[in-house]
Design a protein around this ligand. Structure first.
Ligand code: NAP
Ligand code: MG
Length: 480
């Protein structure tokens, strides 16, 4: 049992009474969290604001060193982090182990990133004037995260915010609050009081108070498009900087000349790992008519072999989805898919054979999905993939682009011409050739276009664009 607490101004506050049960076994209570509201958010924001100048003055080297120490703490506790995350949101243990290691690597990356140059020297009209740009922190940043990457997403927001001199108030998804608590508990004492504040509560209450707080200078959000667009409105209304990473409906195109074994393997991985609950999950497979039946056979055969069950057992490829609401949403979309005329090839039912006490959904493949179908347009966020037929690469790209999202996309082909046609024509922030739609590396920019993003980028060097502002300086020597 983990009794999670808020962390405000360097102090852990009272435990809460909201019970958290495992999605793999709802009879097992795994912890409790507080139900924080406006007053806790206000206290956390005040603490963050009060400590920010001192944190900024410490300088990059000290802040980077603290991030290195924090990374070491995570590295020494990968199993703990993985187990909590797996129990809490149901992602298979090998995936959460990898995610925990990724979180540590992100901290290390930004520990070093803080030492890179931050500006330019720009010629001035007067020869004796030194004109240059530097970067300054925004102040206090509100961080709002989803439950599907309970360790990596917090890390890739916290680390750049901190290294560039901001203080933070972090409100994780309610469904990943235990993971967030364990993560912050491992590292918080390394940092000055008030630098990292964690507030656990509901999005509509604690989250809402955070995004509206006048002393929160910027908000970094990952989650659904609906909540993201609401946050944008609030932020614009009070002049706060914001960054949104949101939903996806990521396509894979399988060209005539593709390596079908590779394509089928990568579609399974992209669509079914994390039970399809990745923003970059493969949700649509657009297949050339000539190879459709051979590709479909290869895909269905693989999907039938996937083992689903206890995510703590490393032999299982899929665990449950994260919550009852998630299970119901996915099942409704599966039913809608069938009603709207798509052909169910495998799956399509509640995996009640696994356990009646967990939110298991059988991995599902639909064929003959029409581009206007609900399951071709709406993010499903479950282990479901739909096959759409195309007659040419051009047609496939047009179908791929015919959605409101634009996060990631990939193509399988052996032709450089086809690959380049795709790279140039596809509307997505992250484009991959002969790779699955998920899995962008931590040192490369991450983000989408259209309804997937506010067009800012996270990870890699691009994080500096959000977490700092540019100050332009001109210095002229006083007359002798
Ligand atoms: P969500 O419902 O939008 O929630 C995201 C976060 O916002 C949670 O912390 C939530 O708190 C909080 N929140 C809810 N209402 C709020 C409000 N009025 N004001 C401030 N905060 C509020 O998303 P989710 O269900 O956690 O995650 C799934 C979604 O995330 C999917 O759409 C997925 O595509 C997207 N996602 C995108 C990316 C990406 O990088 N593009 C990555 C991962 C996930 P509560 O949980 O307490 O309600
Ligand atoms: Mg939600």
């Amino acid at each position: 049992m983990i009794e999670a607490q808020n962390h405000i101004d360097g102090k852990w506050s009272t435990k809460g009474s909201v019970e958290i049960h495992s999605p793999s076994n709802t009879t097992e209570q795994i912890g409790t969290i507080p139900d924080a509201g406006e007053s806790e958010i206000d206290a956390a924001v005040r603490a963050a604001k009060k400590s920010q100048t001192e944190w900024q003055r410490l300088g990059y080297a000290v802040r980077g060193n603290l991030l290195h120490q924090a990374a070491s703490r995570l590295e020494a506790n990968l199993d703990l982090l993985a187990e909590v995350a797996t129990k809490e949101m149901g992602k298979p243990i090998l995936e959460t182990r990898g995610e925990a290691a990724r979180a540590a690597a992100i901290l290390r990356y930004y520990a070093g990133e803080g030492l890179h140059s931050v500006g330019d020297v720009i010629p001035a009209a007067k020869a004796d004037t030194l004109q240059y740009t530097t970067r300054e922190p925004l102040g206090t940043v509100g961080i709002v995260t989803p439950w599907n990457f309970p360790l990596a997403i917090p890390a890739w927001k916290l680390a750049p915010a901190l290294v560039y001199g901001n203080t933070v108030v972090f409100k994780p998804a309610e469904l990943s609050s235990l993971s967030a608590y364990v993560l912050i508990d491992l590292i918080a004492d390394l940092f000055p009081s008030g630098t990292i504040n964690l507030v656990l509560g509901k999005g509509a209450v604690a989250g809402e108070a955070l995004i509206r707080h006048e002393s929160v200078n910027a908000i970094s959000f990952t989650g659904s498009t609906t909540v993201g667009h609401h946050i944008a409105e609030v932020a614009v209304g009070r002049g706060a900087k914001y960054q949104l990473e949101m939903g996806g409906k990521n396509p894979v195109i399988v060209a005539d000349d593709a390596n079908l074994t590779l394509a089928a393997d990568m579609v399974v991985s992209g669509a079914m790992r994390s039970a399809g609950q990745k923003c970059t999950a493969t949700s649509r497979v657009i297949v050339m008519d000539k190879i459709r039946s051979s590709f479909t056979d290869a895909l269905v055969q693989r999907v039938k072999e996937l083992s689903i069950g206890d995510p703590l057992d490393a032999r299982n490829y899929l665990g449950p989805v994260a919550s009852q609401a998630q299970q119901e949403k996915v099942e409704n979309l599966i039913n809608t898919g069938a009603k709207e005329g798509a052909r169910l090839l495998v799956g399509g039912s509640r995996a009640s054979n696994v356990s009646q006490y967990g939110y298991f959904v059988t991995p599902t493949v639909f064929d003959q999905v029409s581009i206007d179908a609900t399951i071709a347009q709406e993010e499903i966020f479950g282990p479901v993939v739909g096959i759409i037929e195309a007659h040419s690469v051009e047609h496939a790209i047009a179908l791929a682009n015919n959605v409101r999202y634009g996060l990631s996309a990939s193509i399988f082909t052996n032709s450089l011409d086809t690959a380049m046609e795709f790279v140039n024509g596809i509307q997505a922030g992250m484009v991959r050739v002969n790779e699955e739609t998920a899995g962008v590396e931590l040192q490369a920019p991450f983000g989408g276009i259209k309804a997937s993003s506010s067009y800012s980028r996270e990870q890699g060097r691009s994080a500096i664009e959000f977490y700092t502002h540019i100050k332009t300086v001109a210095i002229r020597p006083p007359k002798a």
